[in-house]
Ligand binder design. Structure first.
Ligand code: NDP
Length: 334
């Protein structure tokens, strides 16, 4: 079998030499373990954090350790009562083509009839992140304005569609004309702004004539600078991700702290960070039964960017951090 390990820690954007593709011998499964073949590997922005040894909410991947990640797999052999050959499961195999894992860490894939790949996208961790952050922290009320960046991605696309479903106005921010057209025309956001446009900040202001009540923060950087003056009194900011900063650089050299703190004070903002694992144990099943049928029926839309070939994972991952993906990034492994 094959695996991709962290060869060295990146300084800035990851480079090919930070990863290493290698072969390994698959061990025999013990009692309670399951032998699985990976069908799809999910690539997600948080993996950049695991490549770094800076303090974070989770331990870093050690040098020479297998890159972490969630996959959709087929069971080949099972020594666990809950699984049989042919079952489709999701588990944390990391970046591997095959694995032997404890059955207790695996879950059967349940997508209410939607394609399997949604189990790591719209109906998996990213979709749940959008749902839980918006429901428990953003709490949009009818008629309010909800803004979100990375709006064509799995988190942002779900945030905007849920905002609309729950009676709010959705304003998306995305990079480039194709993504913007998709967000407006296919996903049905009320407005969308290209954050690469020169007059991005003034366009965003025009798209939010009543200000912003909920800003679902996915990116930080120059998008945060443009959002900050538009936030309304008692605005809520679920801080979900800061992808503009993950490579250790920001597009602007300005110190954002004084402007940020002053807006929090003046506007009585609620700024609340979260990691979806905080909500998952109590609420994932509720999310799946609420949103699963809507995704399966096409009421809630999603887009996937499926890259062929395990060896292409590092380049696809690196490109995603600067917007190279269009939709949920997934590697088709076998
Ligand atoms: P996406 O598939 O949307 O990919 C990231 C996107 O970020 C890129 O496609 C790009 O979109 C956008 N982006 C990158 N750099 C910049 C920049 N400098 N300025 C503005 N936009 C930028 O990712 P996900 O939907 O998987 O994740 C979205 C966010 O949610 C991430 O920050 C991620 O870390 C976070 N997250 C947090 C979780 C939690 O538990 N807190 C769980 C899951 C995700 P574009 O081309 O449109 O700019």
């Amino acid at each position: 079998a094959q695996q991709i390990v962290l060869a060295s820690r990146p300084n800035g954007a990851p480079k090919p030499e930070n990863f290493r593709l290698e072969s390994f011998d698959l061990p025999q499964a013990d009692e309670g373990e399951v032998t699985i073949r990976v069908l799809y590997l999910s690539l997600d922005p948080y993996m950049r954090g695991r490549m770094s040894d800076a303090k974070s909410y989770a331990a870093p991947v050690p040098i020479d350790g297998v890159m972490e990640g969630e996959t959709i797999c087929e069971v080949l052999k099972s020594r666990h009562n809950d699984f049989s050959p042919g079952d489709i499961v999701r588990g944390r195999t990391g970046w591997r083509t095959m694995a032997v894992l404890k059955g207790d860490g695996l879950r059967h894939v349940e997508t209410h009839g939607a394609p399997l790949t949604t189990a790591v996208g719209a109906l998996g961790m990213p979709g749940f992140t959008a749902w839980s952050g918006l429901k428990f922290i953003g709490q949009p009320k009818e008629g309010e304005t909800v803004a979100v960046a990375a709006a064509s991605g799995p988190v942002g696309s779900m945030v905007g569609q849920l905002a609309k479903l729950w009676g709010a106005r959705a304003v998306g921010i995305a990079g480039g004309a194709d993504k913007c057209a998709y967000v407006k025309d296919e996903l049905g956001f009320d407005a969308v702004i290209d954050h690469r446009a020169d007059d991005f900040a003034s366009r965003l202001a025009s798209a939010c004539p009543d200000g912003i009540d909920v800003y679902f923060e996915n990116v930080g950087g120059h998008v945060w600078d443009a959002v900050l003056p538009l936030l309304n009194k008692y605005g809520r900011v679920p801080v979900c991700g800061l992808v503009a900063h993950y490579n250790g650089s920001s597009t602007s050299e300005t110190d954002r702290l004084p402007a940020t703190m002053s807006a929090i004070l003046r506007q009585s903002l609620l700024v609340r960070g979260f990691i979806q694992t905080e909500f998952a144990p109590d609420h994932f099943d509720e999310f799946l039964s609420d949103i699963g049928p809507r995704v399966a029926s096409g009421e809630i839309k999603y887009r996937e960017d499926i890259v062929e070939g395990f060896e292409n994972a590092p380049a696809a991952f690196t490109s995603m951090l600067t917007g190279g993906n269009f939709g949920k990034l997934i590697v088709k492994v076998s």
